[in-house]
Design a protein around this ligand. Structure first.
Ligand code: G6Q
Length: 549
């Protein structure tokens, strides 16, 4: 239940929103030439600009009071102390231990988790190094050139996103591929051009029971044993899982199995052995730099006061739009082609974590929770959905992500990319008024009648908020920082909404439902009685199609 203090903070925000609506973001800049200086936080290579938001010092003070009313500081402490805050699964949440480079112990269930974490990481790194150097070979003596990670959800999105983001750091001659969908097209298309003799499969599954992953793993296993012989399976497979007994049954050699722990949620597992494909691709040194980036943010999140704490501000500003302004969507637009999978990664992180409708004690939530997160790289999005961002009826706050310097040694392209990013955030904020449009059309020589007809279509309301996150370059360390920033943003919001960000019963339901239907779908004549009319009708229609060839 929302406490009286939280309710007061929300009411104060609501009252202030109405006052703020009298002012545009652009006018806030006009009034305060130091607005950018006051409303940005710089953390080493990273710059978080939150000046283009519909907020002022009073709104920020109310948001910080809101955070304190929910005991954000106390809950942050509980998170890092390893308390079992994932109450519905009875688990601590300690993915931060995987990037804990402080030398400090991390107590979980009464013992320090760090010796296990370090020992497992050392095995991952040695294995990665041996694949990279060619010391480990396939059954026919060829070094590995292609790594195929088979996993889904949290066991896929992280390494897949990061391998793309960090492609310039991948060892020449090595390629990382990611197969996730149970649709056979995924594995077929991925393997189409690969030489199995030089392909290493990594089966990544926390539970080692996920239908999609097990199906793809079985298909890969059959292919390897058909082409290279059953004895070759041991040479061409490795696995990452918390269920070591199930991995052993699959036939993967013990020295190629890398564990992790139930206190690492799937969507927070990129820092664990689930990062094996990434570690092989970019190498131990870069993987450790990625971990260091995550650690940087853990330190910042724990130490910086809320007033200048980037994940806290990201979370609180998001809460303002979601709960006070009623905006239900949030776009993430990287002006960085290599971050193409970052919005999809964040979709899982934010929507799976905070897409909840009961509070921690099981009561219905009183506040709206996670927004719909979506996005695509700029500039491509500009030629597609940006129309709605500029002139649609919904206001969708945007996170722009952009590097300060080029990575592709192409200053000209990067200059244009950067200019486009700024132009969009500026245009969203400023808009274009009726008077401005009329004067432009006038200068173009249009008649008064044509101007009157055309002007309304060319007016942009503006006042549309955005954050800009700028990093020097998309290095492993900066990618680690970006991921960890959003992880803690999600945590901050879960504290305000009083929900468990670390379970995912909706995902579990999906797994359960399919296992009930799959045998009926796969049978020619299993009865469909008892299913709803639509499901039965669709199954029977498919049976007819298949029977008619
Ligand atoms: C993540 C979710 C989910 C999970 C996949 C794969 O937090 O729980 O996306 O990662 O369902 O699960 P396995 O790793 O167990 O195969």
């Amino acid at each position: 239940m929302t406490s009286a203090r939280t309710a007061r903070a929300l009411a104060a925000l609501e009252a202030h929103r109405i006052a703020l609506e009298q002012q545009s973001i652009a006018s806030l800049f006009d009034e305060d030439p130091r607005r950018f200086q006051r409303y940005h936080v710089q953390l080493d290579d990273l710059l978080f600009d939150y000046s283009k938001h519909r907020i002022d010092d009073i709104a920020l003070a109310h948001l910080i009071e809101l955070a304190r009313s929910c005991d954000l500081e106390g809950k942050r402490k509980a998170l890092f102390l390893g308390e079992k805050i994932n109450s519905t699964e009875g688990r601590a949440v300690q993915h931060m231990a995987l990037r804990n480079l402080s030398g400090r112990p991390v107590p979980i269930d009464g013992r320090d988790a760090m010796p296990d974490v370090l020992a497992t990481r050392a095995r991952v790194m040695t294995f990665a190094e041996n694949v990279r150097s060619g010391a480990l070979k396939g059954a026919t003596g060829k070094p590995f050139t292609d790594i195929v990670n088979i996993g889904i959800g949290g066991s896929d999105l992280g390494p897949a996103m990061a391998a793309r983001a960090l492609s310039p750091f991948i060892q020449p001659g090595l390629r990382a591929h990611f197969v996730s969908n149970v649709d056979g097209a995924d594995i077929a298309d991925t393997l189409a051009d690969l030489d199995l003799e030089s392909t290493l499969f990594i089966i990544s599954s926390k539970t080692f029971t996920t239908q999609e992953t097990m199906t793809n793993a079985a298909s890969a296993r059959i292919l390897v044993s058909q082409l290279l012989g059953e004895a070759a399976v041991g040479d061409h497979f490795a696995a990452v899982s918390t269920k070591l007994d199930l991995v052993a049954k699959f036939g993967i050699r013990e020295d190629r199995v890398f564990g992790f722990w139930d206190w690492v949620g799937g969507r927070y597992s990129i820092w664990s052995s689930i990062g094996l494909a990434l570690a092989i691709a970019i190498g131990p040194e870069h993987f450790e730099a990625f971990l260091l980036g995550g650690f940087d943010i853990d330190e910042h999140f724990q130490q910086a006061p809320i007033e200048s704490n980037i994940p806290a501000l990201m979370g609180l500003i998001g809460v303002y739009y979601r709960n006070v302004c009623g905006h239900g969507a949030h776009a993430v637009i990287p002006y960085d082609q290599r971050l193409a999978r970052f919005p999809a990664y964040l979709q899982q992180l934010e929507m799976e974590s905070n897409g909840k409708s009961v509070t921690r004690d099981g009561a219905p939530v009183t506040l709206a929770t996670a927004s719909v997160i979506w996005g695509e790289p700029g500039t491509n999005g500009q030629h597609a959905f940006f129309q709605l961002l500029h002139q649609g009826v919904d206001i969708i706050p945007v996170d722009f992500l952009v590097a300060a310097e080029p990575t592709a040694a192409d200053a000209h392209h990067h200059g244009l990319l950067f200019a486009n990013c700024l132009a969009q955030s500026e245009a969203l904020m400023r808009g274009r008024s009726q008077a401005e449009v009329e004067s432009i059309l006038n200068l173009q020589g249009l008649s008064a009648r044509d101007i009157a007809a055309l002007a309304p279509h060319k007016v942009f309301p503006g006042n549309r908020p955005s954050t800009t996150l700028m990093y020097r370059a998309l290095t492993p360390r900066n990618l680690g920082r970006l991921v960890a920033l959003y992880e803690h943003k999600v945590f901050v919001q879960s504290v305000i909404w009083d929900i468990n960000a670390f379970d995912q019963w909706g995902v579990e339901l999906g797994k359960e439902l399919c296992s009930r239907l799959a045998p009926i779908v796969m049978s020619k004549d299993a009865p469909t009685a008892g299913l709803d009319g639509s499901t039965a009708g669709l199954i029977n229609y498919r049976r007819v199609v298949m029977a008619n060839g």
